[in-house]
Design a binder for this molecule. Structure first.
Ligand SMILES: Nc1nc2c(ncn2[C@@H]2O[C@H](COP(=O)(O)OP(=O)(O)OP(=O)(O)O)[C@@H](O)[C@H]2O)c(=O)[nH]1
Length: 462
């Protein structure tokens, strides 16, 4: 199951700390459009800025960027300031799956014009936006089709996770085929944990904890020790188990970073599809401005039916701000400003991949983070690092380096369906416990899953 947390409405819960879980069945949507699949809308007007490509604008976006002497944009008012000067909150909407969604605590203006649900339109990082159409295109009422029967989907992704971690699992599990609990067993276990990339500190902690549990439970069978190791690993990983919260801010601004090929764009695409299903209004910033097809890749993912005939129903929509060859910080700034002006729920900036050792590129990320704060004073609310689970201890190195530079708020660990050893999560939990919001266990939409410490521990030892 995939889930994130969304704030309850002020009328229902005055406290800003009350969140409701928005959970997604693994076989996602139950609604399909009647008409032909809406294609990605192509450019209908010439680019407004040099280098801008594929412009399709549905709403006017204000002249966005005022810059200071250093070329960085000037600070913008916070959402609170914007909200204070603008009208009442939008009415509550109902989420799929029977979860009530509410307007954010601080609501911005309602979107000026709504795209048909789940269509993807492209918006360039604009200097001069073309005028909005007088009337929005007619909405095509979706027809309801019976939901396809999921073939034990949860078991499916857990099986993929277990298969991906089998390399680790079989060597860890092999330890417990010994006949008695003795020093040799613990030594073999230590070796297996180190081989699984758990690192020295986490391995030591796990062994100490396990020995204590064995003593307290007075177990005598090696197989019983295996169950206790699952408990010990689950406890160690528990601090990483935290949900992503959406709805506390208007919009929630996320910045996504990582090395090349870690799975940033794919994960953003999957997350966006889930947000669309929850009728969220999402604005993506293609801040990887030197990648030729960055915008197209985001758009394809955001629009993807993923073989299940899915199109999001209701009020969710997604737009993309991009400017080929432009300044990544400027594109991101424009996206945040536009996201506020258009009443978006979430703004996600997809940044170019880079190694933490490329200091000038790390400076570029810091600049992107700074200008986001100028566009919205309390943002970014999430700085997410996407790490490839196959990279072993190198993943911990990446977590530390990106965290030192950007103060990460969350992780997405991808490719755990591959040859990942998985133990590195124990090392992360021990040495830099940053929440793992999601794990990726494949290339399909449903393969982005909420992280569960116990499930992960079980998969590691299966
Ligand atoms: N097996 C598997 N493949 C994945 C997963 N997540 C992403 N991928 C694949 O990894 C490859 C790279 O993904 P991208 O999303 O392009 O990575 P990126 O971090 O945006 O790459 P750059 O923009 O070049 O830095 C693609 O082929 C994805 O399909 C996963 O969880 N499992």
């Amino acid at each position: 199951m995939f889930s994130f947390f969304k704030k309850k409405p002020a009328t229902e819960a005055e406290s800003a700390s009350v969140f409701t879980e928005v959970a997604f069945a693994d076989a996602l949507p139950k609604v399909a459009p009647t008409g032909p699949e809406r294609p990605l809308q192509e450019a209908s007007t010439p680019p407004s800025a040099p280098g801008a490509t594929g412009v399709q604008t549905q709403v006017p976006v204000p002249e966005l960027t005022q810059r200071d002497g250093a070329g960085e944009p000037l600070a913008q008012p916070s959402c609170d300031q914007v909200a204070a000067s603008e009208g009442p909150a939008a009415p509550p909407v109902t989420l799929p799956l029977g979860v009530e969604s509410l307007p954010p605590a601080v609501s911005g203006p309602a979107p000026i014009a709504m795209t048909p649900p789940a269509s993807v339109a492209l918006v360039t990082s604009m200097e001069e936006p073309p005028p909005a159409p007088a009337t929005p295109p007619p909405m095509v009422p979706p027809s309801i089709h019976p939901a396809p029967k999921p073939e034990t989907p949860r078991a499916g992704w857990l099986a993929r996770l277990s298969a991906g971690l089998r390399k680790t699992g079989s060597s860890l599990a092999g330890v417990f085929s010994r006949t008695k609990i003795d020093d040799a067993l613990y030594e073999e276990l230590e070796e297996a944990l180190l081989m699984a990339d758990a690192g020295v500190k986490a391995t030591e902690q796990l062994l100490d904890d396990l020995k204590r549990r064995v003593r307290e439970a007075r177990v005598t069978e090696p197989q019983a020790v295996k169950a206790l190791l699952v408990d010990a690993i689950a406890e160690l990983l528990r601090p990483l188990e935290r949900p992503l919260e959406i709805g506390r801010h208007a919009p929630t601004v996320m910045m996504v970073v990582g090395v090349n090929g870690a799975g940033k764009t794919t994960s953003i695409g999957k997350l966006t599809r889930h947000l669309l299903e929850a009728e969220q209004k999402v604005l993506m910033a293609a801040a990887d401005t030197f990648r030729a097809a960055a915008r197209e890749q985001l758009a394809v993912w955001a629009q993807r039916a993923d073989g299940s005939g899915v199109q999001a129903a209701g009020a969710g929509w997604v737009d993309i701000v991009s400017q080929q060859g432009g300044d990544p910080a400027a594109v991101t700034f424009d996206a945040v400003v536009a996201g506020k002006a258009r009443g978006c729920d979430v703004v996600i900036a997809d940044t170019a991949g880079r190694l933490p050792t490329q200091l000038h590129l790390m400076e570029e990320l810091k600049k992107i983070k700074r200008v986001i704060t100028k566009a919205q004073l309390d943002a970014p609310h999430e700085v997410l690092l996407v790490v490839d689970g196959n990279t072993g201890q190198n993943a911990l190195t990446q977590v530390k380096a990106f965290d030192d530079a950007l103060q990460l708020t969350g992780l997405i660990v991808t490719k755990l369906d591959g040859t990942a050893k998985g133990g590195v999560l124990a090392a992360i939990a021990r040495e830099r416990p940053i929440p793992v919001y999601f794990i990726g266990v494949g290339e399909k939409l449903e393969d982005l899953q909420t992280f569960s410490a116990r499930e992960f521990a079980q998969a590691l030892l299966s």
